[in-house]
Design a protein around this ligand. Structure first.
Ligand SMILES: Cc1cc2nc3c(=O)[nH]c(=O)nc-3n(C[C@H](O)[C@H](O)[C@H](O)COP(=O)(O)OP(=O)(O)OC[C@H]3O[C@@H](n4cnc5c(N)ncnc54)[C@H](O)[C@@H]3O)c2cc1C
Length: 407
């Protein structure tokens, strides 16, 4: 390796994308530094629905046993409810070999992944905020990390932005080039763990209402997780009280009103504003790749953001691994970036395109109602559309097809 570099790869962000990349890279013999701004375990705003296709990822990452030992709820279907209470079900078996999704808090899931990254050989820093990029002309050659009040520079030929929707590194680079764009947040998301919610056992329930939608499902320890999106004006009308937003906005949905009637939050509410969904550039600068939400934010109603995070972490690690011998000799960075752009497009663009088409229905109650009616009438249509929101590997689809066909 170039003597001036401290690591082969530096990863900013220790969510599922960053941890997945770190584990795969470290298992492949790369020298990896992962910097996470928070101390884990930490709560995270998310629906906490872990889709069935994540299990093979957990197996490859060496954490499947630990995930199941955390006592997740087993979720066998997702049921979409129109405002008037009409419903349509999508069985988890359509998505993966084991046919079961998991309900597990992000505090538990993310911590297990981060500890595994450390055990696999990555150097993991927590409470470590990546505050800047080290640039050589326009090429990224590492980061500055602030930890315990002091700042230090760390150098690597490849830097990964795994900072989630904030895209902290990509934005930092754009700022250095005077090309930042600011988007107004039009949506606000909330989440809390609840006691006494009446969610059907084994179901992830999705409720549509004016201006947004929400998901309720069981997690570990007999709790439920409610996570919902509302329009910024509707939230402003309710004031800063999340429970009031839940009652006034989410409970416009008849099924939600029933399921949440007796429910009480047993954790503080988390809230974040959302700027939008969809793709960003996956190689925002020379020497830098983006993964997870920093690369593309897939619509939460698909329940597949964590899958894309794990998948894109693995994909980036594979491409970097292939190019590492050349990179260590100071060559091949352009090839690596071109290859990552190509494989990312092949793997993810089709599902992102499908989601952008059905996003409209998710935010317009009349359209959601119509979609639920149309797709409720045909298993075949529903299955095709559900699968189109996922890429899935041919082998998981084949296996799930065989299981569903009784083969
Ligand atoms: C309302 C809502 C509901 C959702 N529900 C689901 C669901 O049910 N199922 C599902 O699969 N997906 C869901 N998602 C999507 C899912 O949460 C994301 O796709 C997933 O968390 C992406 O993982 P990530 O690792 O890319 O980013 P994140 O999980 O956001 O992790 C990024 C990490 O980077 C750290 N970080 C940020 N900036 C810095 C910095 N400067 N320095 C160091 N560290 C930094 C953060 O602290 C964080 O730990 C939902 C999303 C939303 C908004």
């Amino acid at each position: 390796m170039d003597r001036d570099f401290d690591y082969d790869v530096i990863i900013a962000g220790g969510g599922p994308a960053g941890a997945s990349a770190a584990i795969h890279l470290a298992q492949g013999g790369a020298r990896v530094l992962l910097a996470e701004q928070k101390k884990f375990p930490r709560a995270k705003l998310c629906g906490e629905f872990i889709s069935p296709e994540c299990t093979p990822h957990f197996e490859r990452l060496g954490v499947a046993g630990q995930m199941f030992a955390a006592g997740p709820a087993k979720l066998t279907e997702t049921v979409f409810y129109s405002r008037q209470g009409k419903s349509v079900s999508v069985p988890s078996a359509w998505f993966g070999a084991n046919g079961v999704a998991l309900g597990l808090s992000r505090a538990e899931m993310d911590e297990r992944l981060l500890r595994r990254a450390s055990a696999a050989g990555a150097e993991v820093l927590e409470d470590a905020h990546v505050v800047n990029l080290l640039l050589a002309k326009d090429r990224v050659e590492g980061v500055t990390i602030k930890q315990a009040g002091s700042e230090a520079g760390y150098r690597a030929p490849v830097t990964i932005d795994a900072t989630g929707r904030t895209r902290a590194l990509a934005r930092r680079f754009a700022k250095s080039q005077n090309s930042t764009k600011s988007h107004r947040a039009t949506l606000v998301a909330f989440k809390a763990h609840l006691l006494d919610a009446r969610v059907a056992p084994g179901a992830c329930e999705i409720y549509f209402y004016r201006g947004g939608y929400g998901g309720l499902s069981s997690i570990e320890n007999g709790l439920s997780n409610l996570c919902f999106i509302a329009s910024a004006p509707a939230v402003r009308e309710c004031g800063p009280d999340a429970e009031r937003v839940m009652r006034a906005v989410v409970c416009q949905n008849r099924r939600a009103a029933y399921a949440l009637e007796q429910a009480r939050a047993c954790t503080p509410w988390l809230a974040v504003s959302l700027e939008g969904f969809g793709r960003h550039t996956v190689t925002p600068a020379s020497g830098m790749l983006s993964i997870g939400d920093a690369a593309s934010f897939i619509d939460p109603f698909t329940g597949s953001g964590m899958l894309m995070a794990l998948e894109s972490g693995e994909l980036a690690a594979g491409v970097i691994g292939d190019h590492l011998p050349a990179i260590r000799l100071g060559a091949g960075l352009g090839d690596l970036e071109a290859r990552y752009r190509a494989v990312y497009k092949t793997r993810f663009h089709s599902r992102l395109r499908v989601c952008s088409m059905i996003r409209r229905a998710a935010f317009v109650p009349g359209l959601a109602q119509m979609a639920i009616k149309v797709f409720g009438s045909s298993d075949h249509l529903r299955r095709r559309l559900s699968r189109a929101t996922r890429g899935g590997t041919p082998e998981t689809y084949c296996l799930s097809q065989r299981l569903n066909d009784g083969g």
